[in-house]
Design a protein around this ligand. Structure first.
Ligand code: HEM
Ligand code: MG
Length: 329
């Protein structure tokens, strides 16, 4: 069942994280990775179970330890994902596709199908993974990475920097508008798609390097092989998300939350983007709560209790600005 969120780490200084205790190993039979290069890398270095199946508490601790993701951001992202893709009964989630290792699942329509599940958290127009409608939404895609390399050469001086991130984001957006009739760029994807373009700058650049420009071979190592470079030091200080880079990238083109309305090149605004909320962050919170309600129409007993613990955990990082929702009173 549900467990409390583990505490924030105390020391957020930069330090060697590709250390003797966390060697990289290639995938062994039965282990799996998914759409997130951050979690994939943590699993391949043993900060998470190498199987690719972990508890939300293990994820919150690992992303802080390995990459200095701030506790609030880690808690928000982890419990949002866990509510829709994880197993509340066993407190385990696959960072890839469905796994036997997550244990006996609650009844359908619960999914318990891991982070590769399309449409719950994983979404369209990812940088290095295809849209689910067009192909494999979780494996590294060489063609897409080559495009990212090309853009980084054209506008980033040969590295992945904020300018390259902005153009990669736009190119991936345009590609989905043009080729994916089911393209969805509404809540929560409208937030995560932008955050994820900043994550490589925030987390994959060595803490001793203040350039805000990521070497493309290092980037490939994380995205393709789930591997930190030799001697890799995590960033200095916790990263809370948002910030100048987010605004620069989101305002670099005329984006609005929406979707292709059944055919390609037919991108229309989502009239229900904010749900019943006025703040974007609260709308994102509400969206995950609503999805949880759809997956668990009438939970009872231990299941209901576990869901409520995880819903409480998910609310903590937004508690100062949003009102808590109680789908299972
Ligand atoms: C993408 C989950 C932390 C880096 C994703 C996706 C999921 C996910 C489901 C797929 C979204 C999509 O592109 O369709 C999570 C969860 C985390 C977490 C639950 C728990 C805190 C991190 C961390 C990093 C990271 C710590 C970096 C160190 C990325 C990047 C992408 C991504 C760069 C975009 C991949 C791409 O567009 O090709 N994450 N993530 N994530 N994640 Fe994570
Ligand atoms: Mg995706």
């Amino acid at each position: 069942g549900g467990q409390p969120v583990p505490p924030a780490i105390k020391d957020t200084s930069s330090k060697l994280v590709n250390d003797k205790a966390h060697p990289w190993f290639p995938l062994a039979p039965g282990q799996q990775r998914g759409p997130c290069p951050g979690l994939n890398t943590l699993a391949s270095h043993g900060y998470l179970p190498r199987s690719g199946v972990a508890s939300p508490g293990q994820i919150v601790t690992a992303v802080q330890e390995g990459f200095n993701m701030a506790w609030d951001l880690a808690t928000l992202v982890t419990y949002g994902a866990f509510l829709v893709d994880g197993n509340p009964l066993t407190n385990l989630m696959s960072i890839g596709s469905t796994s036997r290792l997550t244990g006996p699942a609650p009844p359908k329509p619960a999914l318990v199908s891991g982070l590769s599940t399309h449409g719950t958290f994983e979404g369209d127009a990812s940088m290095t993974r295809s849209d689910a409608f067009l192909g494999d939404n979780h494996s590294f895609n060489e063609t897409l990475f080559d495009q990212l390399v090309q853009i980084s050469k054209e506008v980033g001086g040969g590295k992945y920097n904020v300018s390259a991130a902005a153009e990669v984001r736009f190119q991936r957006f345009q590609d989905s508008v043009a080729r994916n009739p089911t393209f969805n760029f509404a809540n929560p994807r409208f937030a995560t798609a932008f955050v994820e373009t900043i994550f490589p700058l925030a987390f994959f650049i060595d803490g001793r390097d203040k350039s805000l420009a990521l070497d493309l071979d290092v980037m490939r190592g994380f995205f393709k092989d789930s591997r930190m470079p030799h001697d890799f030091h995590r960033r200095e200080g916790a990263f809370e998300g948002g910030g100048d880079e987010f605004d620069i990238i989101q305002s670099s083109h005329n984006y609005f939350p929406g979707f292709n309305n059944g055919t390609v090149n037919n991108f229309v605004p989502d009239p229900n983007f904010l749900g019943t909320q006025t703040e974007e962050i609260c709308a994102l919170y509400e969206k995950f709560v609503n999805t949880t309600m759809e997956l668990y129409p009438n939970p009872q007993g231990a299941l209901r209790k576990a869901l409520n613990v995880n819903l409480d955990n998910f609310f903590i990082p937004v508690s100062s600005g949003c009102t808590q929702l109680h789908p299972f009173p």
